[in-house]
Design a protein around this ligand. Sequence first.
Ligand SMILES: C[C@H](O)[C@H](O)[C@H]1CNC2=NC(N)=NC(=O)C2=N1
Length: 111
Amino acid sequence: MYNKVKRVAAIRLDSAEISRLLGSYPSWNYDGSKLTRNLTLRDFETTWSFLNQIAMRSHLWGHHPTITTSYNKVSLQLTTHDVGGVSNIDRKMIEKIESYCVGREETDGNK
Ligand SMILES: C[C@H](O)[C@H](O)[C@H]1CNC2=NC(N)=NC(=O)C2=N1
């Protein structure tokens, strides 16, 4: 699944496309240059399982979010240097990351 590196040319998203993306994924924010998301996961193991999936996907696509983590907290930043902004690859990465989040975020019940 993660053994074949696939690179595609990045296409910059315009502001309407970025707005649509944020509409579909309200947990993400746009700071004018990059897409960001902060999340809290259920526990440490869940956090690293999630991070490993992102790492393998990043390796496969040659596209690497900036990641900051501490125990069960993760901050993600996504941008594409080649286009000097946000691209279709960042959008695809967000779609993947959101699928990896399902059922793994901390809920009020276990705070
Ligand atoms: C040379 C190398 O492919 C580039 O620097 C890649 C690596 N990973 C990357 N990751 C992200 N998030 N954005 C990029 O523009 C990017 N560029």
